[in-house]
Design a protein around this ligand. Sequence first.
Ligand code: IPM
Ligand code: MN
Length: 346
Amino acid sequence: MKSYRIALIPGDGIGRDMTAAAWSVLQKAAKAHGFAFEATEFPWSCAFYKETGAMMPADGIETLRSFDAILLGAVGWPAEVPDSVSLHGLLLPIRKSFVQYANIRPHRLLAGVEGPLKATAFDILCIRENTEGEYSGAGGRIHQGTADEVAVETSIFTRKGVERILRFAFEQARSRRGKLASVTKSNAQKYSMVFWDDVTRQLSAEYPDVEVTSYHIDAMAARMVMAPETLDVVVASNLFGDILTDLGAAIQGGLGFAASANINPERNAPSMFEPVHGSAPDIAHLGIANPIATVWSGAMMLDHLGEKDAANAVMTAIEAVTANGIGTVPGRDRTDTITAALLAAL
Ligand code: IPM
Ligand code: MN
């Protein structure tokens, strides 16, 4: 029997309950589809930091490297550890070390879920560059704490980085409805963003079957609200993609439905699957967080592993549950209730 080794990193806050819920659903899907999942759980988190002084051991990345995939709950507990420390100590090094340069985030309304918009029939796939750009971490502060303080944070856009994310997005568009929206701000940022537009135009010659349009980020924010049904695949830099995918989460009914995959398309290191919502300290101990975003991320993991039937079964189960009105309103149904309904639907 085929068996996959999965690294589970529940992390902080609601991440713990969400990974447990998703794992039970994924285990059941594996059994039904004739393969096995073997989980190794890592306690890496802000609590781990408080104990050891690091978010993960020094050889953490090397430990993860041999796994087939990583399922992560959430990282961050700002009351105890500054986000700038916890995220740069766990989530961001994983994305960068494993060259998970494509962050894929689907935005559509699940059956039975009401979004805030008049538009209901939209199906957007956001592709966010995940390893460089505005979140490269290049910069510094001098004269700290004085009136002469200076802070510099430089965006880094490389031809290799821009070309590979755009190519990935063109391929996704080709496999969907053939439309690609490339998002920049090249009217104001005249080097990096004009460069991104140039590469978009150059690559478009290789994809004559894909209709590509360049948008400015501000106009795209408006379009995602006013006319989301006109969009198919949307590709953007790290910062712009980060912001647009929270907007995407909002129009799909909330962060409880926002799934994501951090993909290494070359498959020379593991990819990581995580909900977009984060650790949600305000509701962490209430048992009311919605596991659907993590379960959906798990379905994306199944798809990435090549288990398409199991992935489809999990998505069908999710929509059977939401179509029944379970897990559709934030905070109304308990995590356990939603998880039990997912297991039953499966
Ligand atoms: C996300 C999150 C992270 C990001 C933060 C927590 C660093 O907001 O996955 O969207 O911006 O990458
Ligand atoms: Mn974000």
